[in-house]
Design a protein around this ligand. Structure first.
Ligand SMILES: Cc1ncc(COP(=O)(O)O)c(C=O)c1O
Length: 400
C-alpha cells in the first residue's frame, strides 16, 4: 500500500540526478571533487534519496545548511562526509562530534568555546572548514589578520581538525564577471598569505553551480554543487550559455478531484475574481498554497492536461485550485501536470519562477512536507517518501 492517500505528489527522476553529477564530473578537472549540496531537503527533492544518488553517481560528500539537516541524513544511514555550511551554535558541537559531521567556523571565540565543550565531554575531534567572506557579506573572516587568528585558534585546539577553507560567490551566475573575479582574487590572496606563513592548506573549495559552469578551472579540491544537481541552471543567463546540458529531476502532479461545466456564469474561488462562462469546463485540483504552490499563481499560472495548457482560474486556495480545461473532457482521477512535462508541453520551474517573480531555486524549496515524493529510476517507481505521514508515525510511537 502506498504510504499516502492524497492525489498530489512530486516525482523525482533519480536518473536525472545521476546524469547531472556525471555532467559536472566531465566538465571539471579530474582532481576536483564534488560536494553535493542537499540543504533544504535537497532543494525540495528529498535530501536522503538525492544525497544517496549523488554519492552513488560520483559525488564525494554532502553539504547541508544546518546541523539538524545533517542529523536527518545520519539517521537515514548516510555515512559519507557531511559538511554544515551555515552557523552552528557552539552548544551543538557534541552532536556534530558524535555524528562525525564537519562544521563551518569563522570566529576564534567560537572555536575556543567549541573546543572546550568537546574536551569537557571527552569527545572525538570534529573537522572544521574555515569560511572566508570575499564579497558575499554573509558569513566569514574578511581580513588576513582575522583569518590568521582563526587558523591559529584551530591549530591550538585539541579537538578541532582544520579540514577545509572556502568562500562563496555572490554573482557567479551573471554575464558581468567583475565581482566574481574580484572575489576569487581576494580568495587567492588570502590563501597565498597562509602559504607564505608556512601553513599547509587543507581542502580548498569556492565554486557553486554557476562558478563551476563558468570557471571550472577554479574548482580547486572540490565544487559545491547545488542547483545544477537538480538539473536547473542558476540563472537564465547560465542556461543560455549552454556550457553544460542539465536534466531537470522534479515534476509535480495531481489528479482531478471534481469537474463541472458552467451552464450559466459561475464565479470561481475566494473573492470571485473569475467568472466561468457557459460551456467552460472547470476542474478542481487538490493542491494549494499550504503545499507550497504559490498564491501568486492565482488567475495567472497554467497546468498541463493531456499535453496542453489549461489556465488556473480564480484564487489559489489553501488546499485546492481550479483550472479551465481547454482540451478534451476531464474526469475525476485524470492526471494533471503542474510542473514538468506532458506530451510535447512543459511547465518548467524557470517558467513558474518568472511568473511569480522569484528564482527557480525557490519553487521546489516551497513544496513542503504535505507532498509525498515518489522516486523513479529507468522510468520505474523505486521508492516513496511522505514527510507528513512519517511525522505522524513518529508522534504516535512517542505518545504510546
Ligand atoms: C555556501 C554555499 N555553497 C554552495 C551552495 C550551492 O549553490 P548553488 O545551488 O547555486 O549551486 C550554496 C547555496 O546557496 C551555499 O550557500
Amino acid at each position: 500500500m502506498k504510504p499516502f492517500c492524497r492525489d498530489t505528489w512530486v516525482e523525482v527522476d533519480l536518473d536525472a540526478i545521476r546524469a547531472n553529477v556525471e555532467t559536472f564530473r566531465r566538465h571539471l578537472p579530474e582532481s576536483t571533487g564534488i560536494i553535493a549540496v542537499v540543504k533544504a531537503d535537497g532543494y525540495g527533492h528529498g535530501a536522503v534519496r538525492v544525497g544517496e544518488e549523488a554519492l552513488a553517481s560520483g559525488a564525494d560528500s554532502l553539504a547541508v545548511a544546518m546541523l539538524d539537516e545533517a542529523i536527518v541524513l545520519r539517521e537515514a544511514g548516510v555515512q559519507a562526509p557531511i559538511l554544515v555550511l551555515g552557523f552552528t551554535p557552539a552548544r551543538s558541537v557534541e552532536i556534530a562530534s558524535r555524528l562525525k559531521v564537519q562544521l563551518t567556523a569563522y570566529n576564534s571565540e567560537w572555536i575556543t568555546q567549541a573546543n572546550a565543550l568537546l574536551e569537557q565531554a571527552n569527545l572525538e575531534s570534529i573537522g572544521l572548514h574555515i569560511k572566508v567572506d570575499t564579497g558575499m557579506g554573509r558569513l566569514g573572516v574578511r581580513t588576513q589578520e582575522e583569518l590568521m587568528q582563526v587558523v591559529t585558534a584551530v591549530e591550538q585546539s585539541s579537538k578541532l581538525d582544520w579540514s577545509g577553507i572556502f568562500t562563496h560567490f555572490a554573482c557567479a551566475d551573471e554575464p558581468d564577471t567583475t565581482h566574481v573575479r574580484r572575489q576569487h582574487e581576494t580568495f587567492q590572496t588570502l590563501l597565498q598569505s597562509l602559504r607564505d606563513a608556512g601553513k599547509k592548506l587543507p581542502m580548498i573549495h569556492c565554486c557553486n553551480t554557476a562558478a563551476a559552469i563558468a570557471f571550472p578551472e577554479w574548482g580547486y579540491d572540490s565544487i559545491r554543487l547545488g542547483i545544477g544537481l537538480y538539473g536547473l541552471y542558476p540563472s537564465p543567463y547560465m542556461k543560455e550559455r549552454k556550457d553544460v546540458s542539465l536534466v531537470p529531476a522534479l515534476s509535480l502532479k495531481t489528479r482531478i478531484a471534481h469537474v463541472k461545466t458552467a451552464t450559466q456564469p459561475m464565479t470561481i474561488s475566494y473573492g470571485a475574481t473569475y467568472c466561468a462562462q457557459p460551456g467552460e469546463q472547470v476542474a478542481t485540483l487538490p493542491i494549494g498554497y499550504a503545499d507550497g504552490f504559490s498564491r501568486l499563481l492565482s488567475n495567472s499560472g497554467e497546468v498541463l492536461y493531456n499535453g496542453s495548457r489549461s489556465p488556473i482560474i480564480g484564487k489559489v486556495c489553501m488546499d485546492q485550485i481550479m483550472v479551465r480545461l481547454e482540451q478534451g473532457t476531464g474526469q475525476p482521477g485524470d492526471e494533471i501536470v503542474l510542473y514538468g512535462k506532458s506530451g510535447d508541453e512543459e511547465i518548467s520551474l524557470d517558467e513558474v519562477a518568472a511568473r511569480i517573480g522569484t528564482i527557480n531555486y525557490e519553487v521546489p524549496c516551497m513544496l513542503n512536507y504535505r507532498i509525498p515524493r515518489v522516486y523513479f529510476r529507468n522510468q520505474e517507481e523505486v521508492d516513496v517518501f511522505h514527510p507528513l505521514t512519517m511525522k505522524q508515525v513518529a508522534q504516535k510511537t512517542v505518545n504510546n
